[in-house]
Each structure stands twice: as C-alpha cells, then as structure tokens.
Design a protein around this ligand. Sequence first.
Ligand code: C2E
Ligand code: MG
Length: 590
Amino acid sequence: MDLLTELGITSVLASMTLFFWMRRYYSKEINRLKGEIKLFKNANEYQEDAIIVFSGGCEVYSANRSARKLLQLEPFHINMIPEKKILLKIGHSDPLALLDVIEKEGKIIKRSIHLEKVVMTVGEIVHQVNIYIDHSKWNLKNSVICIFQDAASDFKEIEEQKMLGGIDFLTSLPSQFKANSDINRMVIHAQKDSKKLALFIFGINDFEKMKVAHGLAYSNNLLKKFSEFLLELVEDNTFIYRLDCDTFLYLVNNIKDEDTALNKGKEISKKISRFFKHNSKDTYLTSSMGIVLFPDHGRNASKLIDHALKALAESKEKEDGTVQIFKKEQIHIQATEEIMIEEMKRGLKSGEFEVYYQPIIDLKTLDITGAEALIRWNHPRLGLITPAKFMHLAEASGSIMGIGEFVLEQVISQHKQWNELNFKDVEISINISARELLAYQLGEKLEQLFIDNKVDPKFFNLDMSENDAIEDSIKTDLEFSILKKIGVNLSIDHFGVGGSSIENLQRLPIHTLKIDRSLLKNINTDVNHQETVKAIVVLGHALNIGVIAEGIESKEQYSMLQKLGCDHAQGYIFYKPSPVCEFQELIRQN
Ligand code: C2E
Ligand code: MG
C-alpha cells in the first residue's frame, strides 16, 4: 500500500468518526432543545398573561391558555384567522381591529409597540388590557407576538379618580358608574374561572307617590336609612350600589345557578319588606326585583344591567314583592327588535314606506270631505306591514322622527299636486305622537313645507291621542299655540277613553274630536256607550268642535251615529285605507 492510499484511508476513517461523533452530539443537543421547548411551552401555557403568536397573515401560530380564554379561541383555531372580531379602543381613538394592527406590524412596521390601558372588545365582552406587540426576531417568517395583561385594576383607579360619581352623594353607596366598572372587571375573572355572577336590581314601588305625600326631606332620609340597612345585607363576595333614585343593585360574585339566585332574591326581598314595614311612615312601601346572571343573560355590565331592569319592569307589573328572573327569550325578542329597528332605518332610506289614505265622509251627505294619512311599510321580504307591527319600535328608537317627516313631506306635496290638477279639496289628517310634537320644531318644519309647496294649512289636521296631547302640558301647549298660529288644525284621536277633561278641551286649540272605536263597536246595543257618544257630540258642538266617529263597520252603527248628530265618520263600511293612486280616483273632479 503506498503512502497516498494509507493517508486516504486514515482521512476517511477520521471523517467517519467525526461524522458519527457530531451526529451523536447534535441529536443529544436536539433532544435537550426539544425538552427545553416543551418546558417553555408548559410554562407559557400557564402564564397569567395571555400570549399569542400570529403569522403576518393573521393566522394563530400558538396561543396559551389565558390567550385562548381571552380571545375565545378553540384548539381548532390554531393556523386559522380568529373568528371573533377583536376591537381595540385606545384613548379617544375610533376602535381599531387588532388584526389590522397585527397585519401592519407583521408586514410593514416590523417594530415592537406597547399599548397601555386599551379597552378591548372580543365579541360582546369588554376587557381592559395592556398590550405588547412585537415583531418576531426568530426564524418564523413575519410572525407577531402579542402579550395581553389584565389592566382592569389600573382602570379602576383612574375611573375612581376621574369621577366623583364613583360614590353616590346622598347615600354614600357606590354609584352606577362604579357598578359598571366592577361588573366588567368581575366578568373577566368569572369568565376565566367559569363562574357565574348574579345581579339583583330592585326598586321601591310607588316611591314617587310617597315622595309627593311626605316630601323630599323625608324620602331622602328614608333612602339613607335604607342604604344603611342594605349594607347590613352585604356578605363575602357581595356588593351593593345605588343605580339611581330608588333603584339599587345587589351584586353577587360567584353564584351556583338560577335557582340559587331566585332563592337569594326572595330572601333579600323578604328582608326589604320587613325593613319598610318598620321604617316607612303611614304607607307600607314594597319592592320589586329583577335578576340576571352572567353569562346566561348578558356578557358585559351594560347588557346585564339593561336586562335586569327589564326583569324589574316586568316584576313591577305583577304583584308587590315579586322577584323576576330575566327570561332568555327576551334576548331573542330584543335581538329581533334591534334587527327590525335597523331594517326600518334601511327601509326608510330605500323608499319602502308609503302613505295610504282612508276617506272620511260627511254623515249627512255621505260625501268624502277628507282622509286620514296612514303609514304602510312595503317590506321586500315580509310584504305590506301595518303600523301596529312597527310603530312602538319606531317610537322607542326615535325612528318615528324620520317616519313623521316622511309622512308630512309626502302628504303636503301630494296635496299640492291635487290642487294643481284640480282634484276636490280635502282635509288630510296626519297622525302625530307626543314624541314627534316635542322632539323637533314641528311648527317650523310645517310652516316651511306649507311655504315651499304653496298650500293652505287649513287643509291639514294633526291627530294626537288624548293622553299624548295632555302629557307635558307646558310644552304641548306651547307647540299647540305655534301650530294654531300657523293655521293647522288639531284633532284629539281616540277621544273618550283617555284622561281628557273639559278644561283641556277649552284650553287647547282643538278643531275635531275623533271618538275611539271601542265606544262605537257596540253602540247599537250598549246604552252606556250610546249615552257617552251622545254626550261627546253635544260637548263638541257646544265648544264648536267637529266630531268624527272612527272604525265604523256596519250600516246600523252609522245610522245610529246619524241619529246622534255626529258630523263625520271613517270606517271599513265606507272605505278601507288605500294607496294614493286609488284614493285620488275618489276625489278626481274631471
Ligand atoms: P289611528 O290613528 O286610530 O288610525 C285609525 C286606524 O283604524 C287605522 O289603522 C285604520 O286602518 C283603522 N281602521 C279604520 N277603519 C276601521 C274599521 O272600520 N275597522 C277596523 N278594525 N279598523 C279600522 P292603521 O292604519 O293600522 O294605523 C294604526 C295606528 O297607527 C293609527 O291609529 C295611528 O295611531 C298609528 N299611525 C298610522 N300612521 C301613522 C303615522 O304616519 N304617524 C304616526 N305617528 N302614527 C301613525
Ligand atoms: Mg288617527
């Protein structure tokens, strides 16, 4: 063997030894690293801070236990973009989507950011967190690591310093502001520990009446004593707040279930009754109570309080001392109502509303002298919807303003067209609610419309229900006098079943009374109703006010009304409400 061959063999052997030695070394090292990563992963998994790693494309690479709870992630969400919308509200800025921030971080900015005291909403749940976002320096392409720390306690301090409202001035109990922040904080912990919270909101029945009867000093004193008594009910993990005037909140952090909450509510309610029995003068006050549980009936303070107030309102309608748990179905009803309100706004914008007209006739001649404008909603899926299905929501949500303006504009411009085309002059009644009358400058709006359309205000009647017309007499009187000045007429709708007095009829500038349908239904058989209608007709005529009977469905009814001297009528026996093209055929003169 020559020297060269010997050297070759030696170097091959040396390389092989080195190779095997290195393989053993690296596999040992890899196993050590694997162990360390596992250890790190375990430590990370149980960290209190929520740690999550996103790809630049916003898929979740990894999320520890706290992060999964905080961001409501399931194991299958790994390698996916989170489904729940995560919004961050930083200071006074508009809410930002966390994923937008991540995307920017991962792809563009590539630096770390630190956001303090961020209000973060995941789905419906609100959290208060500090957030650290760091572009990864590891070999993972474009990954972003986010760390969320619970900042509720920082918020609490700030909130308390910020507002004196943290403590109720009269009773020294924590106020509704404090209740809000405490509930939101407790919700985070209850969510983490899979526990339930219970809110018991109770109100003193007839507190306002008592205040009027015994005066402010007495009722304030009673509230103070009541608050001291409530503090005696506080146990471990329970808190008491004054929400407003006579409404209090008893909050229990950690309750087993609905039955336990109901029993607790009954127990508190009994103690409250005993308190009032011994402490309220003359009148024996009672309380009502609404109960909600987290997470069953809401996932944040405002939803929980709102739902408890709904349950409270329901319990107030029942017997004294009733304890009412919020019904889950209410959530669906509320959700449906919210959808309906949104739909209404959309429908109004996209021209789905239409004004129908129901003729009003002269009972002597049976001629059409006017019509009532009645709103209809042509829903693209649900078809024609009558006001009974949406007006209460329109009132409650404020959409009534939009609907009201639409009706006014439609009717007045329609009248202008009839005028120009020489149709018969008719008086049009437009329904108006108290909210519409008081909320915007109805007088100014009408005056402008009359001027723009060059129509005479005397052809328009505003129909208001009896109780609406006398609701806030100072404001309504003022608006009524403005309307009278403009020259528009006023009618009292549903007259005879509300709380009107002769004094109101003399005081308000009323042009017509519309007798409520319920008084006319049995007018041929019910002598009392006959007498009432007769009295309304006489009263109206004595005060120079016209009388219309509405909802007339039979010949007998209108013969009786003719006999009783009623001036006008409206009802299915004559005409049903119809779209403008049909109605105008009835008033066409050429
Ligand atoms: P309302 O002012 O009492 O209007 C009369 C209602 O009685 C109308 O119901 C009409 O269709 C109905 N009606 C008329 N004749 C008869 C009859 O012979 N038999 C029966 N069973 N019903 C009859 P509609 O159109 O469903 O309106 C219901 C209510 O909705 C109105 O009661 C009014 O309070 C409100 N409303 C309608 N349009 C408007 C509007 O544009 N603005 C406001 N604020 N409220 C409106
Ligand atoms: Mg009406």
